[in-house]
Write a protein that binds this ligand. Structure first.
Ligand SMILES: Nc1ncnc2c1ncn2[C@@H]1O[C@H](COP(=O)(O)OP(=O)(O)OP(=O)(O)O)[C@@H](O)[C@H]1O
Length: 336
C-alpha cells in the first residue's frame, strides 16, 4: 500500500472553540490507483488531504492518527523533514489553479523554478523538462512564456497539473481540479489527467464534491460527511450499491458527466457545524431513512470485500436504494 491514513484527527483552534474538522478518518491509496474523496463543502476533505502534505494553516492541530507513506509515518516528522517529501514524493494541486500559479510570473518560469530549486536541475534542463511537461498536459511550448491571466481556466488547470508533475511524484493530491470549469472543459481536463495517471502509473487522491467526477475517473472512493468517513470502497461497488443514504442522495444531486439527463434533487439542508456536531449519525437530520437508533453511533458494516459503510440501516440498503431513487423521497426531510 502506498499510503495508509489511520484514525486521523485534525482540529482547528478557532475563536469560537475547537473545530474537529477530521474525526477519525481512515483510508488507503494503493500504488497506481485513483482515490476520490467526496462530500459536500465543509465535510473536511481539504483538511484531511492537506494534512498529508502538511501544508496547513497554523491553527490546525494533529490530534491523533497516522499517515504512512511507503512505510514511513509522516505525522511525527518535523516541517523540515517533511519538505523532503513535497514535490518529489507528494505533489499538491490546490483547489484553484490561481492558487498554484503566481500571477506575476510567467508560467514557464514558475515550473522551471521548481525544477531548479527543488529538483536541482540546471536552467537548460529545466526548460526542456518544462516543455515536456507542457506537452504532457496538452499545452503548446510557446505558451510557457505567458502569464497565468493569459490562459483560459482549462489551460490554467492543465498548467497547474504540469507544475504538480514536475518532479515525477508518486502521489498527486488534486483538490477540486475541475470544479471551476464548465462541463465540456471538465471532461477534457479529466481525460488528460486520467491518461497521464495511467501512463505514469501515478497514485492520485482526487478531492471533489461532485460524485459524477468520482464515477468518471476514480478506482476507489472515500465518502466524507461532517468530518467522518461514512462509506468507502471500490468505485463500482460503492456507486452501484451504496449502503449509506448520503451517497444515495448525492447521486440524485449531480448530473452524470456525459450521461443521460435525469431528474435531479438536492439533499436539503447543510452539513452540521463541526464546533458542536450532533451525537450518533451526523447525517440523520437530512436523512429520509432516519430511525430512533440513529441517535447512537452507527456501526461499521462490511458490505463486501473492501466496501465499508457506517449506517444503522446498512443491511436494508437494497430496499432503501429503491426508495432513494424517487426524488420525492428527498423533499421536506430536514428535521433540524
Ligand atoms: N483555518 C480554519 N480555521 C477554523 N476552521 C476551519 C479552517 N479551515 C476549515 N475549517 C473548518 O473545518 C471544516 C472542514 O473544512 P474543509 O475545508 O476541510 O472542508 P471541505 O470538505 O474540504 O470543504 P471545501 O470543499 O469547501 O473546502 C469546516 O467546518 C470548516 O469551517
Amino acid at each position: 500500500m502506498l499510503l495508509e491514513v489511520r484514525d486521523l484527527v485534525i482540529d482547528y483552534r478557532a475563536t469560537r472553540g475547537r473545530v474537529r474538522a477530521v474525526d477519525g478518518v481512515s483510508f488507503d491509496v494503493p500504488a497506481g490507483a485513483v482515490v476520490g474523496v467526496v462530500g459536500e463543502s465543509g465535510c473536511g476533505k481539504t483538511t484531511a488531504v492537506r494534512a498529508i502534505t502538511r501544508v496547513m494553516p497554523s491553527s490546525a492541530v494533529f490530534a491523533g492518527g497516522s499517515i504512512t507513506l511507503d512505510g514511513v509515518n509522516l505525522v511525527p516528522l518535523s516541517e523540515r523533514e517533511m519538505k523532503k517529501y513535497l514535490w518529489r514524493d507528494i505533489a499538491y494541486v490546490p483547489q484553484s489553479a490561481m492558487n498554484a500559479l503566481d500571477p506575476v510570473w510567467r508560467v514557464g518560469r514558475q515550473i522551471e523554478e521548481v525544477l531548479v530549486d527543488r529538483g536541482g536541475m540546471d536552467r537548460k534542463a529545466a526548460r526542456t523538462r518544462a516543455e515536456e511537461l507542457f506537452a504532457m498536459v496538452g499545452l503548446e511550448a510557446k505558451r510557457l512564456g505567458d502569464y497565468p491571466h493569459q490562459f483560459s481556466g482549462g489551460m490554467r488547470q492543465r498548467a497547474s497539473i504540469a507544475l504538480g508533475l514536475a518532479l515525477s511524484p508518486k502521489l498527486v493530491i488534486a483538490d477540486e481540479p475541475v470544479t471551476a470549469l464548465d462541463v465540456v472543459i471538465q471532461r477534457q481536463v479529466l481525460d488528460t489527467f486520467a491518461e497521464l495517471q495511467k501512463q505514469l502509473n501515478l497514485s492520485v487522491i482526487l478531492v471533489t464534491h461532485d460524485i459524477s467526477v468520482v464515477a468518471y475517473v476514480c478506482d476507489y472512493v472515500v465518502v466524507m460527511y461532517a468530518g467522518k468517513v461514512v462509506e468507502s470502497g471500490p468505485v463500482a461497488e460503492v456507486l452501484d450499491n451504496p449502503a449509506h443514504p448520503y451517497i444515495m442522495g448525492l447521486y440524485n444531486a449531480f448530473p452524470e458527466l456525459g450521461g443521460e439527463d435525469r431528474e435531479l434533487s438536492p439533499i436539503e439542508g447543510s452539513p452540521p457545524d463541526l464546533l458542536d456536531p450532533p451525537k450518533g449519525c451526523r447525517f440523520r437530520a437530512r436523512c429520509p431513512f432516519a430511525i430512533e437508533d440513529c441517535v447512537s453511533d452507527p456501526p461499521e458494516h462490511k458490505v463486501s470485500a473492501g466496501h465499508l459503510a457506517h449506517c444503522h440501516r446498512a443491511l436494508e440498503a437494497g430496499a432503501l436504494r429503491e426508495t432513494a431513487k424517487k426524488t420525492a423521497t428527498w423533499v421536506g426531510v430536514t428535521s433540524e
